[in-house]
Design a protein around this ligand. Structure first.
Ligand code: DX5
Ligand code: ZN
Length: 219
């Protein structure tokens, strides 16, 4: 059995009160998901290193940094150095993923690889030993509040089988459109770490929303 973890995305939080927004889920969540976007890899711009450094000081939860940026090979190690507990780079953007994943680990952070909905898992199967987490996007990256893409479910299943067959110690994260309505499908397909932005920060009670998601995923 796999332990369920919930990683609320501050993309849907109030950027003027990030410390308070982080504190709101500190006792219910496992991670704080931080979406870094550069307006090149994705058509949106969010935040970068200075805010990650500040959040690391202000928040008690470990930071789960999701880099939706060009040239992650150059930038990823700095996020680990800034205090991120986990740094995830996109396969579509990395030119030297193995080197970059190793340098994230050597900075003491967990190393993650993210795949867009149309990117297959198979070419990356041999990289499992280099990874602590695989992130399967269940929307096209760039924005919160999008509709969950059911077409990704078979890939979640195949990835869980790969991880199981190879006995890899790799977490399987899903990100995008995860809600009380869609989380059970993801859990059933084999995901164990769930990012949720609008489903948590769009709720009146973010901590309650985290608990509700966890209860559904654990069923
Ligand atoms: C989208 C980001 C997600 C986003 C998810 O590109 O990677 O982390 O915050 O937001 P929801 O849960 O609202 O789809
Ligand atoms: Zn994300």
């Amino acid at each position: 059995t796999v332990a369920i973890q919930i990683s609320p995305s501050i993309l849907s939080a109030d950027f003027a009160h990030l410390a308070d927004e982080a504190a709101a889920v500190a006792d219910s969540a496992d991670w704080l998901h931080v979406d870094v976007m550069d307006n090149h890899f994705v058509p949106n711009l969010t935040l970068g290193l200075p805010i990650v450094e500040a959040l690391h000081k202000a928040a008690t939860l470990p930071l789960d940094c999701h880099l939706m940026i060009e040239d992650p090979d150059r930038w990823a190690p700095a996020y680990a150095e800034a205090g991120a507990g986990s740094v995830t780079i996109h396969a579509e953007a990395a030119r030297a993923p193995v080197r970059t994943l190793r340098s994230i680990r050597s900075q003491g952070a967990r190393a993650g690889l993210a795949l867009n909905p149309a990117t297959p898992i198979e070419p990356y199967a041999e990289l499992l030993p280099e990874l602590d987490m695989l992130l399967l996007m269940t929307v096209e990256p760039g924005f919160g509040g999008q509709k969950f893409l059911d077409v990704v479910l078979p890939k979640i299943r195949r990835t869980r089988e790969l991880i199981r067959d190879r006995e890899a110690a790799v977490w399987l994260q899903v990100d995008g459109g995860v809600s009380e309505e869609t989380i059970e499908r993801c859990a059933e397909a084999g995901a164990d770490v769930f990012v949720a932005g609008s489903a948590v920060y769009g709720a009146q009670d973010p901590a309650g929303a985290v608990e509700a998601l966890r209860a559904r995923a654990e069923r």
